[in-house]
Write a protein that binds this ligand. Structure first.
Ligand code: ZN
Ligand code: ZN
Length: 368
């Protein structure tokens, strides 16, 4: 009955915030969280009487099966064509004078369709399901823990196989294949492998044919997808070396990341946590090289609330699952990032990603 409880929590939030009787949910991650449905086309109408999932002919059976498996008490309506799907949505909504819709997930064109078909007053609402989805339950945390174990294992298996001259793209391919072999549906996101003074200076570099060479820093950002839930971890390796600057900067980022992990706890603000990591990097003289926020929530999306950055004013709660990932980037130097995924607890955090980060130096044997 876990998921049915979710629907009730969302209903309560709709009543206490936008004060409408019904909510029209169109975001697929929100729909998955509410119903277990994983199809690519669907809407949920949540009202005081129940929950209705509306989809097209491709997904009718799947929707019924997945809702039953998730023990969701609700009805499935199937429309053979887009206008018939819209008719079902309109019929479900038009029984209520005011219906909230997910303003952040509806395009201008979709809103025009809603306005034409639905006779209710349409009330824009943002973040209602997301607010309930933010804190993870034990099942969700377990899926992310499994995803983290798969990424840890894949990284541990692939690193010893690397040889001089292997390309970023080859390392990405090996990691992603290994994660699938270990039971992941796939990678959580396109694995980042960024090497050398130019590519590693880009926090979200896309792997290319650039070879990994002596003297490079190599950022590997890897996560696995398990039953819809993501993991996220970054390790940086120094090939051969290290130079004095590489060692200094690795130590600075490592210290900042450890301090960040030590500062995570329920009740801490996201701004405060960002400041803990940022101050250490700034005091070392590299504040300008830390060009992104300290972290983000992870769940059914790889980037979701709460975001941990200078602008953030969110207070961490028990059950938030967030990354701590300070980094430095500079063209000509390359980059260093260390990232772990943690579950927030009342007095600290539980770190889900376990790959070692104390000895970044790696000797690559020549290709035989
Ligand atoms: Zn990452
Ligand atoms: Zn991340």
């Amino acid at each position: 009955m876990i998921i049915t409880e979710r629907a009730q929590r969302v209903r309560d939030r709709v009543m206490s915030t936008v004060k409408t009787d019904a909510l029209l949910v169109s975001d697929l991650s929100n729909i998955r969280w509410l119903t277990g449905f994983t199809g690519s086309n669907g809407w949920v109408v949540l009202d005081p009487d129940g929950l209705t999932l509306i989809t097209d002919g491709r997904y009718g059976q799947q929707a019924a099966r997945q809702m039953a498996a998730a023990r969701v008490d609700g009805e499935v309506l199937v429309g053979a064509t887009s206008p018939l799907v819209m008719d079902h949505i309109a019929n479900c909504c038009s029984r209520f004078p005011r219906v909230a819709f997910e303003a952040a997930h509806v395009t201008y064109a979709q809103h025009a369709q809603y306005a034409q078909a639905i006779t209710s007053e349409l009330v824009p609402a943002t973040g209602i399901v997301e607010a309930e989805r933010r804190v993870k339950d034990a099942d969700e945390i377990e899926r992310m823990a499994v995803a983290c174990r798969i990424a840890d294992r894949a990284l541990a298996d692939v690193i010893p196989l690397l040889t001089t001259g292997v390309s970023e793209a080859q390392v990405r391919n090996q990691l992603e294949t290994r994660m699938r072999e270990l039971g992941a549906i796939g990678p959580s996101y396109e694995t980042i492998v960024a090497t050398g003074p130019i590519n590693a200076a880009l926090p979200h570099h896309r792997p290319t044919s650039t070879p990994i060479e002596e003297g490079h820093t190599v950022i590997i950002d890897v996560g696995a997808l398990v039953d819809g839930y993501h993991s996220d971890m970054t390790r940086t390796f120094i090939i051969g070396g290290p130079t004095t600057l590489q060692q200094e900067l690795y130590d600075v980022v490592h210290t900042a990341q450890q301090a960040g992990l030590a500062a995570v706890a329920a009740g801490v603000s996201t701004k405060e946590l960002d400041g803990v990591c940022r101050r250490i990097i700034e005091e070392a003289g590299y504040g300008d090289w830390f060009t992104h926020g300290t972290g983000h929530g992870v769940g059914l999306l790889i980037h979701e609330d709460p975001f941990i950055n200078r602008a953030g004013d969110t207070i961490l709660q028990v059950g938030d699952v967030v990354t701590v990932e300070p980094g430095v980037y500079h063209e000509g130097f390359g980059g260093i990032r260390i990232e772990d995924l943690v579950v927030v607890t009342s007095d600290g955090c539980h770190v889900l990603t376990k790959s070692p980060k104390d000895s970044p130096c790696l000797q690559l044997p020549p290709t035989t």
